[in-house]
Design a protein around this ligand. Structure first.
Ligand code: CA
Length: 242
């Protein structure tokens, strides 16, 4: 199969006017094909069906925000290496850093000039393709809980805990996002995948089982009523995180 001469760029932006301007500017030179989607879910679907050469990802999207879309794209083999440029109205340094930490290749702050945007897109497309997967933590050790992510092993107070694959994934995701509230929907997406036949209630069932198996450390998984779950990290004193 011959490689198409035009590179597909996927714009994920819920404001049609802005998306339209971006598309127009990018398509002017004739070598880029732009597709516009307005939600994170549509972006994930489009990337699965027809992977683009680059994603321009607005941070502030309805339902699933850009940070989460970036995380999901980076977490999947099919999209792990696709360059992502984050677009955001927030100019705060912390958003910039978290975007880049998640594996975004560049970051453009609104308002931007279309010329600047096109230049950034071209610069990223020229880079040799590299898998920009953020560095994962490979181990977690704090308080009584030790997790070895690579060896898929969990111990509480030195005693090994046997978890199912899903329970392990649930725990890893909660710990990766420690001290943050994670909604049931997000857990469902992350641990069960997007084609979900599963109900959010089964998240509760799995979290309940996970808590039971973790014994004393199970108390660190808090239910946040009406919102979801949060893994609460033990205080610094007994800690080592690598
Ligand atoms: Ca937006």
């Amino acid at each position: 199969m011959t490689k198409p001469a035009r590179t597909k760029v996927l714009i994920v932006e819920d404001e049609p006017d802005i998306a339209g301007l971006m598309k127009h500017a990018l398509e002017r030179s004739g070598d880029l094909d732009v597709e516009i989607v307005g939600t994170g879910a549509a972006a994930l679907k489009s990337v699965m069906e027809d992977p683009p050469g680059l994603v321009l990802l607005d941070l502030n999207l309805p339902f699933i925000d850009g940070i989460e879309v970036c995380r999901l794209l980076r977490g999947r083999a099919v999209s792990a290496a696709i360059p992502i440029i984050m677009v955001s109205a927030r100019s705060g340094e912390s958003e910039r850093i978290s975007g880049l930490e998640l594996g975004a290749d560049d970051y453009v702050t609104k308002p931007f000039s279309l010329r600047e945007l096109v230049a950034r897109v071209r610069a990223v497309l020229r880079r040799p393709s590299q898998v920009a997967v953020p560095e994962r933590i490979t181990a977690y050790k704090r308080g009584s809980l030790t997790i070895d992510f690579d060896a898929v092993s969990v111990t509480v107070s030195g005693a090994s805990v046997k978890l199912t694959k899903r329970e392990f994934e649930l725990l890893c995701f909660l710990v990766e996002n420690r001290n943050r509230v994670i909604s049931r929907d997000r857990l469902l997406e992350r641990v069960w995948g997007f084609d979900r036949q599963v109900e959010t209630r089964s998240v509760d069932v799995h979290v309940g089982r996970l808590r039971g198996k973790l014994g004393s450390a199970g108390r660190q998984i808090e239910t946040v009523i009406g919102m979801g779950y949060r893994f609460v990290e033990e205080p610094e004193s007994a800690a080592a995180l690598d």
